[in-house]
Design a protein around this ligand. Sequence first.
Ligand SMILES: *[C@@H]1O[C@H](CO)[C@@H](O)[C@H](O)[C@H]1NC(C)=O
Ligand SMILES: *[C@@H]1O[C@H](CO)[C@@H](O)[C@H](O)[C@H]1NC(C)=O
Ligand SMILES: *[C@@H]1O[C@H](CO)[C@@H](O)[C@H](O)[C@H]1NC(C)=O
Length: 246
Amino acid sequence: MHSITLILSLLSSQACAHTFIWGVFVNGVDQGLFKGIRIPAYNGAPGGGGYNNSPVKNLTSIDLRCNVMGDIQAPDTIKVAPGDNLTFDWHHDYRNGSDDIIAESHHGPSLVYISPDPPTENSFVKIWHEGLYEESTFPNPGKWSTTSDLRLNGGHMNVRIPASLKAGHYLIRAEMIALHEGEVSYLKNPVRGAQFYPDCVQIEVTGDGDVALPEGVSFPGAYDYDTPGVVYNVCTPDPLAGTTAC
Ligand SMILES: *[C@@H]1O[C@H](CO)[C@@H](O)[C@H](O)[C@H]1NC(C)=O
Ligand SMILES: *[C@@H]1O[C@H](CO)[C@@H](O)[C@H](O)[C@H]1NC(C)=O
Ligand SMILES: *[C@@H]1O[C@H](CO)[C@@H](O)[C@H](O)[C@H]1NC(C)=O
């Protein structure tokens, strides 16, 4: 109980903390508050001499893998079987129906990767993604994964554990990417740039599957400042007035 109290008091001191995973459902069954989750560490406000994490914008930082201090193991691991349906329960301030999940301006894609744990070179394999799934028409920004799907569906992000996946310890890296300031790269303008919200979950795959993961990508490393989608303007042009809406 002590650790939960500590966690909650740490979280409540972080009003600016954006979105992260508060729980995991396996085939619809809640595994419990922060079970198996490497909770992002927040250790200071921007410019305050501390280390601002929320969000991660530096694409070469280790924080892009599992968020700040995300290489530190969580005390527990979630047991799953190949083919199981995992639902990551993303929230912003509270894990209940009053929560906004992510700010409504934060349009962008969501992605899920899986890697053997501990990760090695090019070990993260993407198993799900969702981006812009309905085109924009001024002044409507279109339907983006973060703001139209996850935000309006209680923060639930669903993915299946690959069928016949070999037993063992794996790390799931789930992320949302907010592009509302993504019209320029963080490298060119450090006060803007795409905002990454990665979060990792420790799982143990059981069973007698015989499929190993193919080669994937590394974090950091997978994304560059000129990777399509890292610099992207989510504002919708008004063809008549020459203005935009975000
Ligand atoms: C996975 O489980 C969630 C409930 O936790 C459900 O909403 C979703 O439809 C399920 N997805 C699949 C593909 O079965
Ligand atoms: C980004 O992270 C790398 C690796 O930690 C570091 O060397 C670099 O100074 C950081 N860049 C910025 C702009 O913070
Ligand atoms: C959610 O939790 C917050 C903080 O504890 C509380 O103020 C709010 O009333 C809760 N909302 C619901 C729907 O339970």
